[in-house]
Design a protein around this ligand. Structure first.
Ligand code: MN
Length: 241
């Protein structure tokens, strides 16, 4: 049996969408991708019981009302139905202590689901100077550095105190609540990675490892390997109970 990996998807007026790179990364890592649509909150128990891991994928902005803020003028497109299913998935997967990998928007969803807050727009809400976090270069190209905290899961994966990542975001984490800890920051102080100190493998990154993998980026490949290994271990633990 391969681990069944739920991947959340985007929704627009006509379709659910998910970039192929997420699906390719899960298949390459030895998992079975299972794309989760919006609107299935009433079936959340069944879905999370079946899943061996969850990837919260990238996408648009979170609705700031979830963390008790009014929208700033620079807020982008929001999808409340996507916020809803992803928040429910995170809460249930955390309760079951099944592995979660949050990517870009997924890192932000993870933080907000645990009670954290976001900068709705770093360009207007963070003190300058800030780096370019919405790069113009292609998705598989590295852009800025991330400085990694020692002794973290990310540290063990990176095997270096500094890695290079891509960057496609204008929102970022503000308050990061326990049990999450910040494990990586950009040179301008923007939070680029977190992990839980109380769960087996709950990691969020602000960059897109699934896109960097297209260029055989070694840290991104090891991040996916570590995530898939955690899912296999979690699956084995469930089967033996
Ligand atoms: Mn960035």
């Amino acid at each position: 049996m391969k681990p069944l990996i739920g991947i959340t998807s985007n929704i627009d007026s006509t379709a659910h969408t998910l970039q192929n790179t997420y699906i390719q990364a899960v298949i390459a890592g030895g998992g079975v991708p299972f794309i989760i649509p919006t609107g299935v909150e009433s079936d959340i128990q069944q879905i999370t019981t079946l899943l061996d891991g969850l990837i919260i994928s990238g996408g648009g902005d979170m609705n700031p009302h979830i963390f008790n803020e009014e929208p700033v003028p620079q807020l982008g497109n929001v999808t409340p139905e996507r916020d809803s299913i992803e928040m429910e998935l995170v809460r249930h997967m955390l309760t079951l202590d099944k592995p979660i990998l949050g990517i870009c928007r997924g890192l932000q969803v993870l933080n907000v689901a645990i009670g954290g807050t976001l900068y709705q727009d770093i360009g207007s809400q963070c003190s300058s100077p800030i780096l370019q976090h919405d790069q113009k270069a292609k998705r598989e190209y590295q852009s800025h550095a991330v400085h990694i905290e020692k002794g973290t899961i990310l540290d063990s994966i990176a095997a270096s105190n500094k890695i290079m990542v891509n960057s496609f975001h204008h929102q970022a984490l503000k308050d990061v609540p326990s049990p999450l800890v910040v494990t990586g920051k950009a040179s301008d102080g923007i939070v680029e990675a977190v992990e839980s100190t109380e769960h087996h493998f709950v990691v969020g990154v602000q960059w897109h490892p699934e896109a960097l993998m297209q260029n055989a980026d070694q840290v991104s490949m090891r991040l996916f390997e570590a995530y898939m290994k955690a899912c296999v271990e979690r699956m084995a633990a469930v089967e033996y109970h």
